[in-house]
Design a protein around this ligand. Structure first.
Ligand code: ZN
Length: 141
């Protein structure tokens, strides 16, 4: 029978491209759900953050912010900053590029991820804040 389970992860975040490995949190929620086969959606609530997968190691934790700084510099002129004066135009653009959600297949109670593939939450905003990440598990028990 089809089941749906929902829970949120709360993370303290430093902002400014702070990258956190949330694989353990997601796995915990999947285990709690009791669902065996289906899909898991991980979604960042808010338009200045992102969810993707990454090999969570120090080199990439430095390479990713460097790449984003080249593509979408923190201190360029963005029309969004003229609208709100919040200085985080780059944060919204980075979020739109990386995207805010990820779907992972769930097979026999295991997330289908590569050995070096972790689920990461990236915060592009320009300030510290508490973040909410939605996890929805859908499938059969
Ligand atoms: Zn803004």
């Amino acid at each position: 029978m089809m089941s749906v389970y929902y829970e949120e992860i709360l993370k303290e975040s430093e902002g400014n491209c702070h990258i956190q490995n949330i694989s353990g949190d997601v796995t915990g929620i999947v285990n709690k759900s009791g669902i065996k086969n289906g899909i898991v959606t991980v979604f960042s609530i808010g338009s200045t953050a992102g969810i993707t997968t990454l090999e969570y190691e120090p080199g990439l934790l430095s390479d990713i912010p460097a790449m984003l700084e080249k593509l979408i510099p923190s201190f360029a002129n963005y029309k969004h900053n003229d609208t709100w004066g919040d200085g985080n135009g780059h944060s919204h653009l980075r979020s739109a590029l990386i995207k805010t959600s990820l779907t992972v297949p769930l097979v026999n109670k295991e997330l289908v991820l590569g050995t070096w593939q972790q689920i990461v939450f990236m915060d592009f905003d320009n300030r510290h804040r508490t973040r909410r990440i939605a996890v929805q598990v859908m499938g059969e028990k």
